[in-house]
Design a protein around this ligand. Structure first.
Ligand code: SF4
Length: 468
């Protein structure tokens, strides 16, 4: 199976236990290897997209806008401007004569029509090539219309997806520090790097509120321009998806001396640990906070554990593979699968750093394949080699799993079921259980070789018992 790895990518794949740990990462994708990664523009778009009351205008050919239309299922509790995909739709004549006039007209028309709180203008490959002065146009419109008009330097070819995250952070940072902060509590946080795909921000905010903590800004799920403007008033930044938002946290630390903590809201341990870390940070200001947090965790776990036990019984010994965008999710998923009695055979990410992969190496079992910036060919061969029961990934990994007759769990942009918080762990267990034990797999060639009638009946009876 290893002959599917291109020679140039050998250092980006590691099998735990075979040799001392060393991995290359954070480099350009290999040309022709059909990376699962997206481009710089897409990276910036997925981070900024959930700012729901801003205009998001893609300056480029229509394909770039369509590619990222409604790219995250980021839910909003109010405005939904983010769900539109506006584009200047550059044509051949614009490429020859320049697209600045078209951009100016599009911005004026859209701002007058939809009345956004701010505008983000994304640069795409072709704009980088023809050299339109995005900054100049944005400044002019900002002066005329009186709202922030922010260029996002995200030409697709400029680097990899991580460069897009950085461009998004630099764009958001232009808003931070421009709003009033007088009424913000000293026990306050900003939530960075959660995208509210299925309402998770609302679950996590509820936990913080029960602990007595005020959330100033959700960056970037269910996000608002005015909250971002006030974000420098918070006492602490909580960074979940560090790949996408750590640059913003660092900028805020340098400029406003706001410390940050890395957290994760996926899985039982990581959710509880994150709440305890926050409680620990504020315990000198509010001594009761640690006790409040313990009570909250006790209460949630007493509801969760009895139900989780049932799923674990059915899933014990099954095998999982994980390939996700940011590595933070992978850490929590490895632990979550352990809770379900399952082993993780493959784990990888599109944008992990050296530090991320070291941590993955520490928490995985011997024999686990750790992979950076993979491609469909490699992933398919690893899944077959390890004969996994479920693959966790995003939209681009789904067809790989289904073609191989393997269960799939969407842990990315498109899911509609909340997987964060204690309730999210239960939803996750339920979803893993449903897909792994689904009778549909008995029709795939892979399972036909293994299954027999009595085993199928056992599975069906067990499903009935759990579902009742
Ligand atoms: S910015 Fe470039 S790489 Fe990205 S979608 Fe547009 S054309 Fe493709």
């Amino acid at each position: 199976m290893t002959n599917t790895i291109f020679a140039e990518r050998k250092d980006q794949v590691h099998r735990k236990g075979e040799e001392p740990f060393q991995m290359t990462c954070d480099k350009e994708s290999l040309a022709g290897a059909v990376s699962q990664r997206a481009c710089v523009f897409c990276g910036s778009r997925v981070v900024l997209y959930p700012i729901t009351d801003a205009l998001h205008l893609v300056h480029g050919p229509i394909g770039c806008a369509v590619y990222t239309w409604d790219i995250r299922g980021a839910l909003s509790s109010g405005p939904e401007l983010h769900r539109h995909s506006y584009s200047t739709d550059l044509q051949e004549s614009d490429v020859i004569f320049g697209g600045e006039d078209k951009l100016y007209r599009a911005l004026i028309q859209l701002i007058e029509r939809i009345n956004p709180k701010a505008a983000f203008v994304y640069s795409t490959c072709i704009v980088g090539i023809i050299g339109d002065d995005l900054n100049g146009v944005c400044k002019k419109v900002e002066r005329e219309k009186g709202i922030p008009v922010i260029p996002v330097e995200s030409e697709g070819f400029k680097g990899n997806k991580r460069a897009g995250y950085n461009a998004a952070c630099r764009a958001m940072f232009q808003l931070v520090g421009t709003g009033p902060i007088d009424d913000i509590s000293p026990l306050s946080v900003n939530i960075l790097g959660d995208f509210n795909l299925a309402g998770e921000i609302w679950i996590v905010r509820d936990y913080f509120e029960r602990m007595g903590i005020n959330v100033v800004a959700n960056i970037t799920g269910d996000g608002r321009v005015d909250d971002l403007r006030r974000a420098h008033g918070a006492a602490l930044n909580l960074v979940q998806c560090s790949g996408s938002t750590i640059d913003l946290a660092k900028m805020m630390q340098d400029e406003y001396q706001i410390p940050f903590l890395r957290v994760s809201y996926f899985g039982v341990e990581d959710m509880a640990d994150s709440l305890y870390k926050v409680a620990d940070f504020f315990k000198d200001l509010e001594p009761a906070i640690m006790e409040n947090t313990k009570e909250l965790v006790r209460d949630e776990l007493s509801k969760l554990y009895p139900k989780l036990k049932q799923y674990r019984k059915a899933l014990e010994g099954k095998k999982a593979a994980i390939y996700v965008g940011g590595a933070f999710k992978a850490f929590s998923l490895v632990k979550a699968f352990r809770h379900l009695g399952m082993t993780v055979e493959l784990v990888g990410s599109q944008t992990g750093t050296e530090e991320d992969y070291k941590e993955l190496h520490e928490i995985t079992d011997p024999g686990t394949i750790i992979v950076d910036d993979s491609n469909p060919l490699e992933l398919s061969s690893f899944l077959q080699e390890k004969d996994v029961d479920i693959f966790v990934g995003g939209v681009k990994e789904r067809p790989i799993a289904y073609k191989l007759g393997v269960g799939f769990c969407d842990h990315n942009h498109e899911r509609k079921e909340a997987l964060e918080g204690f309730v999210g762990m239960l939803n996750f267990a339920k979803e893993v259980y449903s897909t792994v034990t689904s009778p549909v797999w008995r029709f795939t060639p892979r399972q036909q070789a293994l299954s027999s009638k009595p085993q199928e009946m056992d599975v069906l009876n067990e499903r009935k018992a759990i579902e009742n």
